[in-house]
Design a protein around this ligand. Structure first.
Ligand code: PLP
Length: 405
């Protein structure tokens, strides 16, 4: 099909070279593939996205409406509304045992996505490298590339049913150009919640190599079996001094579309980040920031209820896949995804994904989308529950059974 104005589009002058290094995220690619099938009349069920299907709790919605009615529609403070920064500081003390000054050490961003990009803008320059676990959330590569840096994947291994990141792999990957160690705990897509001893080892490594640590903690509230999320910055004052904590309200309060998140870090870094952020954003809408402050300050029972619901869904996924020949589900400690080991099926993870999509109408992601370390695995999301999860799991089981050799 020809697009309107296609000839004119072809004649635009050359774009900036950095564009060539950017790729769409896998979720967007697979969604485009799925939409095409839906246009052809196929019925699909998605076990793909990390989008909680529960509604944003009513008091948060009400706070936004109230703020709108009160005329809170002007430009926000570019660093974040003072009341929200205070609420974030209180939350960091309450949940993470961390003390950050709201005036100088906290920055409100457009979701964690805005925080990650803004942090990288001030941490890396052309040719600088960022160590990141392999496999990991694939949307880190884009901003690293955009700011002229280079992702350095660190191969993780599966030990006792969980993905872990070892010191030896870090040592093998690091070079004199490395500036940042990027961590994600709970870790998307593998579900590991980094334990104190593991974090200690990683922070010791960062200390010895004098690296910044960019810590994406967006799944912190979704941890299971009585586990506790630990913030790398909370290990020691030295750890706090080199860490930029990134978080958002997207997952914790089912607010993915509200686009509000935050960073906390040393004042010098936050000052630089504010400057960088100002070049592309005025921050989340003022009434959204009021609602975010309400979310962080109100009774956290809604968060505990959500975590319990997701733990039940996780158990459902693991239970339904148990005993299936040639397939093994790894039990995640946190997050919204189960990694399913399909190596014994004798096909690449992308081939298995495509088969499931085209032959049984269930959308999952291939592990290799998250780096070579994810090959042989499928990522199955339990962010959607109810009928979608029940029927999606049926299709997944049927499809996997058909692939057994
Ligand atoms: C690990 C991780 N970080 C960041 C994000 C993006 O978060 P936000 O919606 O706050 O921009 C996601 C979204 O799925 C994610 O999985």
């Amino acid at each position: 099909m020809r697009l309107p104005f296609q000839d004119e589009l072809r004649r635009v002058p050359p774009l900036a070279g950095r564009v060539a290094g950017l790729r769409p995220t896998t979720v967007n690619l697979v969604m485009a593939e799925a939409r095409q099938l839906q246009k052809e009349g196929r019925s699909l069920l998605s076990l793909m996205r990390g989008q909680p299907d529960t509604p944003t709790p009513a008091p948060i919605v009400e706070a936004a409406c109230r703020a709108l009615r009160d005329g809170r529609t002007g430009y926000p403070d570019n660093q974040g509304e003072p009341a929200l920064r205070e609420a974030i500081a209180e939350k960091l003390t309450r949940d993470n045992g961390l003390s950050f000054h709201p005036a100088t050490e906290i920055l409100v961003t457009d979701g964690a996505t805005g925080g990650i990009s803004t942090a990288l803008a001030v941490l890396i320059g052309p040719g600088d490298e960022v160590l990141l676990p392999d496999p990991v959330y694939d949307a880190y590569n884009g901003p690293i590339t955009l700011w002229g840096g280079r992702p350095l994947p660190v191969r993780s291994i599966v030990r006792d049913g969980r993905f872990v990141l070892g010191r030896a792999a870090l040592e093998a990957a690091v070079t004199p150009r490395t500036r940042v160690l990027l961590l994600n705990t709970p870790w998307n897509p593998v579900g590991t919640v980094l334990a104190r001893a593991e974090l200690q080892e990683l922070m010791d490594f960062a200390e010895q190599r004098d690296l910044f640590v960019l810590s994406d903690e967006i799944y912190e509230a979704l941890v299971y079996d009585g586990q506790r999320h630990l913030s790398p910055a909370s290990l020691a004052p030295a750890a706090r001094g080199r860490t930029i904590l990134v978080n958002s309200l997207s997952k914790t309060y089912a607010m993915t579309g509200w686009r509000v998140g935050y960073c906390a870090g040393p004042a010098e870094v936050v000052r630089a980040m504010l400057l960088a952020l100002q070049q592309s954003s005025r921050g989340p809408a003022t009434f959204v920031q009021d609602a975010a402050a309400c979310a962080l300050r109100s009774d956290q029972e809604c968060v505990r209820r959500m975590a319990a619901e997701y733990q039940a869904r996780r158990d459902l996924v693991v239970g339904r896949l148990r005993g299936l020949p040639g397939v093994e589900a790894l039990v995640p400690e946190g997050g919204l995804f189960v990694m399913v080991d399909v190596r014994q099926l004798g096909r690449s993870s992308d081939e298995v994904r495509r088969f499931l999509l085209h032959e049984t109408g269930v959308i999952v992601l291939h592990g290799s989308a998250f780096g070579p370390g994810g090959e042989g695995m499928l990522r199955v999301s339990f962010a959607a529950g109810g009928e979608t999860l029940e029927r999606g799991l049926e299709r997944l089981r049927d499809g996997l059974l058909r692939l057994v050799v």
